[in-house]
Design a protein around this ligand. Structure first.
Ligand code: PLP
Length: 481
């Protein structure tokens, strides 16, 4: 028997891939799930046919990626995708370099932040508990408060509106569940507005609420990759309890009209939750002016350590905590604070904020240069999502007739790190739902995300374009053969 969580995930995947679920789908999924529960390995096509009557052809017609889809949808780990990925290019390089174009995934720890971490973790004496009344405890409390103030100042909010969490995912969970769970005992629960292009930490948290009977509207992005204020306004209902729309999309870097949506939510008197993990340090964020009620940020996207983030909660609102215990973080999140990481986050936030304008201008210039090289060397490419309404740190490119998995691995082999929606996305209907949502033909275009940051230079781009045309040439050839 499928549990509720798996059922919700299946529904989500069917929506994302445009698969209408029939009784036949359900029988196959249920059998596969039971088989896996019993044997700890997934069934083969032959097993499925024996027990459900569905042949390999049936399964491949019913599910976008045959057996792989079924496994993914019910959470069976897939160890090899080599049967879907196309062969990689074989390139001779003059001089190997490592080029990092994956700043949206994470960033290195910058030296100013490293210094804070080394001082804290290298110290014999800085180990006080901020809740303790000793001098040591007071010192730790002050350190945490100082970081809190830096982050609050960068957003022009009060320090007591900042709650430290273990990262962006926890902050998003706290925002969604912390507001949603207030309605758990009401008969009709309520209606939630979000978009199809949110980060999984938002989508999954909302799906979790969905299991208890909350009603959810998943707005589509428009062809530019944007969630419009009109779409939010048109989906408002009298029982809407909150809206959640991200500020900057992690895959295509598009900037949503947050202030406009905030205004609509303000007029409707509902909280507006914003995932700003990819926006913080790249665009100005002013929650009070933009109508944002709760907003998540994360240190490792701004050259801080992993495992530390924060949630802004406007003091008009309170959230039900996910972690109960002591009264830390204004009773919003129990547990002794991660003092060293919080201090490091404070430093990272200060640096990111102080240099935002100059650094974004520098990266904009680099991105222009990148596009010039694309024009010269890679005919037929497309830019996924609006270029104008996009942070300067991102370019998501569709390469015609190229398998993005093959391109990613080929680049990786010559030291260039990029990202793609999934390991082998071109030709698969399970390509990134975001790219799918833009209406891009994922059978034709392999999408690669290039993301830029502090160490990116034009030299890096020259290195990429020295080899990219030949790589594309080789993998295109192999894809066709
Ligand atoms: C838009 C967005 N939200 C949330 C997160 C999750 O943040 P964290 O890795 O700190 O949990 C990420 C991380 O990739 C993200 O890009």
């Amino acid at each position: 028997m499928l549990n509720n969580y798996v059922k919700t995930f299946i529904n989500q995947m069917s929506r994302r891939t445009g698969t209408f679920l029939t009784e036949k789908h359900r029988r196959i999924l249920e059998f596969t799930y039971d088989y896996y529960e019993k044997n700890r390995v997934g069934p083969l096509y032959a097993n499925i046919e024996r027990f459900t009557g569905a042949t390999k052809e049936d399964v491949e017609t019913l599910f976008p990626n045959g057996l792989n889809s079924i496994y993914t949808w019910i959470g069976i780990p897939i160890h090899s995708t080599s049967d879907i990925c196309k062969p990689v290019a074989n390139i001779n390089i003059d001089e190997y370099r490592e080029i990092y174009f994956d700043y949206n995934a994470t960033t290195h720890i910058r030296k100013e932040v490293r210094k804070v971490l080394c001082n804290y973790y290298g110290s014999e004496s800085d180990f006080g508990n901020p809740s303790s009344s000793t001098f040591k405890g007071r010192a730790a409390f002050d350190d945490v408060m100082q970081a809190r103030k830096v982050i609050a100042d960068s957003l022009k909010v009060s320090p007591n509106e900042i709650t430290f969490t273990s990262g962006g995912s926890e902050a998003n969970n706290l925002a969604i569940k912390g507001i949603g769970l207030k309605y758990i005992e009401t008969k009709t629960k309520g209606h939630i507005i979000t978009s199809q292009i949110e980060h999984p930490s938002i989508l999954e948290s909302i799906q979790f609420l969905g299991m208890f009977g909350f009603n959810i509207t998943f707005l589509e992005a428009d062809k530019n990759g944007l969630v419009t204020a009109e779409a939010v306004r048109d989906s408002l209902r009298s029982d809407t309890i909150f809206a959640a729309v991200m500020a900057v999309n992690n895959e295509i870097g598009t900037i949503n009209p947050i202030a406009e949506i905030g205004n609509i939510c303000r007029l409707a008197e509902i909280p507006f939750i914003v995932d700003a993990v990819q926006a913080y340090g790249k665009i100005e964020l002013r929650p009070k002016e933009m109508g944002i009620s709760l907003m998540s940020i994360s240190a490792h996207k701004v050259y801080g350590p992993k495992g530390i983030g924060a949630l802004y909660v406007d003091d008009m609102y309170n959230v039900i905590p996910l972690i109960h215990g002591g009264g830390q973080e204004y009773y919003r999140r129990a547990g002794t604070e991660n003092v060293g990481h919080i201090m490091a986050f404070g430093k990272a936030a200060k640096c990111a904020h102080d240099e935002m304008e100059t650094e974004m201008a520098r990266l904009m210039d680099i991105r222009h240069y990148f596009i010039e090289q694309l024009d010269k060397f890679t005919p037929g490419y497309i830019i996924n999502g609006s270029l104008e309404k996009r942070v300067p740190t991102n370019l998501n490119i569709g390469f015609p007739d190229v398998d993005s998995g093959a391109l990613l691995i080929s680049l990786n082999q010559i030291g260039i790190y990029v990202s793609s929606g999934s390991a082998c996305s071109a030709g698969s209907k399970e390509a990134s739902p975001i790219i799918d949502a833009l209406g891009i033909d994922t059978n034709k275009y392999g999408a690669i995300r290039f993301s830029f940051g502090l160490r990116t230079t034009k030299d890096d781009i020259d290195y990429l374009f020295k080899y990219l045309p030949e790589i594309i040439n080789q993998i295109k050839r192999k894809t066709k053969s």
